[in-house]
Design a protein. Structure first.
Length: 189
């Protein structure tokens, strides 16, 4: 639903509330059949305030509601043809924001966000390292920090190897680590 639609719904609801409040709080019709100027102005001001507050609340909720766009945060499949050879250049999967690296120990999916301040860490093929362009952290092929201000290695995602050789990566569950452990990699045939 578009924001203008939400505003219209809130406006109608607020106007209905003001109308009901005006009928409940005004002088009974048997005593006074005419709406006094004081009641009209009070109800109009109250209605305007309620409409503005309702629209502000809806805008606040809409602004802070997370936008789920793209594939990141779900289980993604990498085709067997895209899985790199052991020791080869990592496969970059842009929608999932990870690198699929085939180490001697097996496959590991490294989250490309630097553990220092969250910059995207590209693979530099000439040095066979990940280099953070923001503050100079350097990571080995397995994601372990070589140098720089990053406090720990790159995070990794759980990997599942399917029977057809394709790989499923769960980008909704990044795992924080403090060193490389061979069991973090999944054996690949």
């Amino acid at each position: 639903m578009k924001r203008s639609g939400i505003g219209a719904i809130i406006g109608v609801a607020a106007a209905s509330a003001v109308w009901a409040f005006g009928h409940l709080s005004s002088v009974p019709k048997a005593i006074n059949n005419v709406v006094s100027r004081r009641n009209f102005v009070r109800n109009a001001a109250l209605g305007a305030v309620l409409i503005v507050l309702g629209q502000l609340a809806a805008g606040f909720v809409r602004f802070f509601w997370p936008n789920k766009i793209g594939a990141f945060g779900s289980v993604l499949t990498v085709a067997a043809s895209d899985v790199p050879e052991a020791g080869g250049q990592p496969f970059t999967y842009t929608p999932g924001k990870f690198y699929l690296v085939n180490l001697d120990e097996g496959l590991i999916a490294l989250y490309w966000k630097c553990t220092h301040l969250g910059c995207t860490v590209p693979w530099v093929a000439s040095e066979e390292r990940f280099h953070c362009p923001c503050h100079g952290s350097i990571f080995f092929e397995n994601g372990v920090k070589e140098s720089g201000p990053a406090p720990r290695p790159l995070d990794y995602f759980p990997v599942t190897v399917m029977a057809d050789g394709s790989v499923q990566v769960n980008t909704g569950a990044p795992t924080e680590r403090h060193d490389f452990n061979p069991d973090q990699a999944v054996p690949y045939p």
